[in-house]
Design a binder for this molecule. Structure first.
Ligand SMILES: [Fe+2]
Length: 204
């Protein structure tokens, strides 16, 4: 019993809950191998930034959460249909030994897969994904097209404008915040701040 509990402590100290997760440069290379569209690459970096920030807030592992954000849409460019995305990509991630909770979260971010979002990781990914799209779209209509010009209020206003960035699913942003247990206004402000902190990397 003592040995077992010691091993459990060692696991936590060694961070083996990240077992199977490749280093970030390999994950980025996998993303780039499958995704050439600059906008999709930026979206991946944006969701990574949001996920890292939420991991820190919730006391979770930023590398695991960031990796999940970075790779969640990597199959979308070549396999965008609901029949394939994100199952096609998840099969590749499974082959490469990505941890199950990461794969479950990626499946769960596409509501139509019916995969329940049972972990904070899955709920954070679902909550951040569409919101990152909304924030980026809002930045691109500012005079200087920068994130620095975006305020939480401007994002919330744009969310209410149905003709703006029609492909962004507002219902999913609201549902995501509810599932995550973060009030919508706070969620928008939090993710915006996370993206603004990475504005240079995002080129916005
Ligand atoms: Fe996404």
């Amino acid at each position: 019993m003592v040995a077992r509990s010691e091993r459990a402590i060692m696991d936590v100290l060694a961070g083996t809950h990240t077992k199977g997760l490749p280093p970030r440069d390999e994950i980025l290379a996998l993303l780039h191998e499958h995704t050439e569209t600059p906008g999709l690459r930026k979206h991946a970096l944006a969701v990574e930034a949001a996920m890292r920030a939420y991991a820190r807030r919730f006391g979770e592992n930023p590398d695991v959460w960031g990796a999940t954000g970075l790779i969640h849409d990597f199959d979308y460019e070549k396999h965008p249909t609901p029949e394939e995305h994100p199952r096609f990509g998840c099969a590749i991630l499974r082959e490469r030994g990505f941890p199950d909770p990461v794969i479950e979260a990626i499946l769960g971010h596409a509501a139509y897969t019916g995969t329940p979002r049972t972990t904070p990781l899955a709920r954070a990914l679902f909550a951040s994904d569409e919101l990152c799209g909304m924030i980026t779209a809002t930045a691109l209509v500012q005079p200087g097209k920068t994130l620095a010009e975006v305020t939480p209020d401007s994002v919330l206003r744009k969310m209410k404008s149905k003709s703006f960035a029609r492909s962004v699913n507002r219902d999913e942003i609201e549902q995501g915040a509810r599932e995550l247990g973060v009030p919508l206004e706070e969620h928008v402000a939090f993710v915006l701040a996370a993206l603004q902190a990475e504005a240079e990397a995002l080129g916005l």
